[in-house]
Design a protein around this ligand. Sequence first.
Ligand SMILES: Cc1ncc(C[n+]2csc(CCOP(=O)(O)OP(=O)(O)O)c2C)c(N)n1
Ligand SMILES: [Mg+2]
Length: 685
Amino acid sequence: MADDKAVQLAINTIRTLSIDAVQQAKSGHPGTPMALAPLVYTIWNRVMRFDPQDPIWPNRDRFVLSNGHASMLLWSVLHLTRTQAVNADYETLGLPSVSLDDIRHFRQLESRAPGHPEYHWVSGVETTTGPLGQGVATSVGMGIAEKWLANRYNRPGFEIFDYNIYAICGDGCMMEGVASEAASLASHLGLDNLCWIYDNNRITIEGSTRITFTEDVEARFLAYGWNVLRVGDANDLERIEHALDIFRKTKERPTFVVLDSHIGYGAPHKQDTAAAHGEPLGDEEVRLTKRSYGWPEDAKFLVPDGVYEHFAAGIGARGLKARQQWTELFAAYRVKYPELATEIEQMQRRELPSGWDRNLPVFPADPKGIAGRDASAKVLNVLAQNIPWFFGGSADLGPSNKTTLTYEGAGDFQADSPGGKNLHFGIREHAMAATVNGLSLSKLRAFGATFFIFSDYARPAIRLSALMELPTIFVFTHDAMGDGEDGPTHQPVEQLASLRAIPGLVTLRPGDANEVVEAYRYIVQLRHEPAVLALSRQPLPTLDRSRYAAASGVARGAYVLGDAPGGNPEVILIASGSEVSLAVEAHEKLIAEGIRSRVVSMPSWDIFDHQTQEYRDSVLPPKVTARVAVEQASTFGWERYVGTSGRIIGMKTFGASAPLKELQRKFGFEPDHVAAAAKELLGRK
Ligand SMILES: Cc1ncc(C[n+]2csc(CCOP(=O)(O)OP(=O)(O)O)c2C)c(N)n1
Ligand SMILES: [Mg+2]
C-alpha cells in the first residue's frame, strides 16, 4: 500500500509538473501528459534499461515520444530521474539534463524544456519529434540498427547489443502516412525489438476522431503482421507492465499496444475533450484537477518528498546496474575482441576507422565519361568495405540509383540476415529517410537513395536530419532532365533550391566522376551535418585534370576550373553537375575568340558560403560582374552569385517529355547559348 502511494505520488508529479509548466508558459499541451503519466512511469521506472547517470550508454533501451507535443512527459521524467546532461564531447559534467528551473521556463528561450523534444539540445532525447509520425518511423531505423549491431558485434557470452525501443504515439501519428510505411517495413523485417504504444484517446485538435478517423487501427496492425495487444485502461499499471512483458517475450515481430486513455485525465471539465489537447487548463480547472489527484491545490512545480528517491530506487538502481554490468562485459570483450571493441568505440564518437579512404577511385580523363550514379556506385562499394558500419539502400531503385553494394559478402539486410549491408526500403521514401535518421541516431553511417524528384517524398525527414545535426547521406540520382523521356513528373526543377534552403544541410551536385569521389570524401568526414548528393543519370565527360584544376576543389564548394590567361577574367561562367562540362565547352569557345573567360565549378552553395570572404572573392572577384550561371534546375537563388546584372540559364517552367538532347536545345543548355549569353553581357556579338 505504501508502495502504491509512492507510485501514485510519482505519477501525479509528472502530471502536475506538466500542468504547471503549460499554465506558466501560457501555451503547450497538458492533456496527453496527464493521461500518459502512468504509461511513461511504467516504461521508465519499471521496464526500461536506461541509466540516468549515462544517457548515451550504447546498449540502453530507447524511448521515443512520437507525439512530441506531449513533451512535458519527457521533461518531467528526465527531471525526476535526474538524467545527466552530456556535452558535445560526449562527457557528463554533473549537470541535470532538465532542471526544475528549465521546467519553470518551459517553452522559453534557452530552457532545456523546449516546446517539443529536441535531440542535441536536451540530453536523454533520442530523436526530435513534433512532426507527427516521424518518431515512430525513426524508431524503425533504431530497430534495424540494433539488429545489425547485435549481428556484427555479439559473440557467445557477449550480448553487447540487446536493447529495445519503446515509442509512444497518438492518433496523429497513426493517421500520418509515414507511420504506415514504417510499420509495414518494421514487420517485414521482423523487428521484435520494437514496441509502439498507441495512445487511443480518440481526440485530436478538431475534436473527436469520429469526424476523421474511424478505421480499425488494431486490424491494420494485425494485417501488417504486428503482435497487437490491448490495454483498456491507461491507469492500469499492471496491465501495462504485462503488455510490455509480452512484448519482450515476442519474437520475430514488432509489438503494437493499443492503450485506451482519457486526454486531460482528472480535469473535471476538460477530460476527454479537444480543449485538453493544446492549451493551458486555466487557473480554476488546474485547482480542481489537483483536487481530484489529492494534490495541494495551490502548490506549483511541486516535487513531493520521496519522489526523486522513488525514481532513484527504480530506474536509477536498475539502470546503473545494467550499465555497470555492460561496462564490465565490454571490458572483457575488449580483451577478447579488441578490433570489434575499437569499432564500437569509434562509431560511438562518429569517428572513421583508419584507412577509410583507401582505394577511392581516380577516374582518367574521358570525353565520353561516366554517369554520376556509376561513379557513385564505385565509391559506395569502396566506402562500405573500408567502413564496416557504413551501409544503406534505396527505395526500390537500387538498380537505377546504382546504390546496391555488389562486393563479395555485402549481402541483403533481411529478418533472417541482419548482417546484410544492402537495405531494401521498398517504395517508401518518407519512411526510408526517417529510418536513415534512426540508423544515424544509433551511430551507424547510413545512406538512403531514390530519384532526386522523389526527395520531395522524403523531405520532412531530411529536414529533421539537419535539425538534429545528423551525418546522414541521401543519394539522389536522375538529378535533372537526364531521364528525358520520362517527362516533367520525373524531372526535378525546384528540388535543389528547396534543399539548399534547409539550414545545415550540405547539398552537392558534382560535375564529373572525380567530383563525385571528392564529394563523398567530404561528406564521409562530416560528423554533424547531413548531406544530399544530386547525381546524374547520364554519362558526364570526365574532365582532364591536367588541364583543369583538381577535383579536390569540391571541398571548398566552388573552385576555378579553368581561367583566362593570366587569371584576369572579364566574364565568369558558373555551373554545377551536368552543366559543368557544358560551361567548360562554352568557356573554351570564348577563350578561342579572345574573350577572357573563367569557368567555375560550383557543386555546393553551402560549402562555398562557409569559406572565407577572401577565398570566395578569389573565385568570384567582386569586380567581375559579367557572370553567367548554368544549372538544369530552378533559377531561384542564383542571383546571389551572378548579381542583378548577371544571367541565369536555368529552368523557369517544368521540363518536358523528350530525348535529353532535344530538351537541352529547347531549354538552352547548349554551349553556344551559354557563350552567347556571356558575349551579350560583355556587349560583344
Ligand atoms: C505532421 C504534423 N501535422 C500536424 C501537426 C499539428 N498537430 C499537433 S498535435 C495534433 C493533433 C494530434 O492528435 P493526437 O496525436 O491524437 O494527439 P492528442 O491530442 O491525442 O495528444 C496536430 C494536428 C503536427 N504536429 N505534425
Ligand atoms: Mg489523440
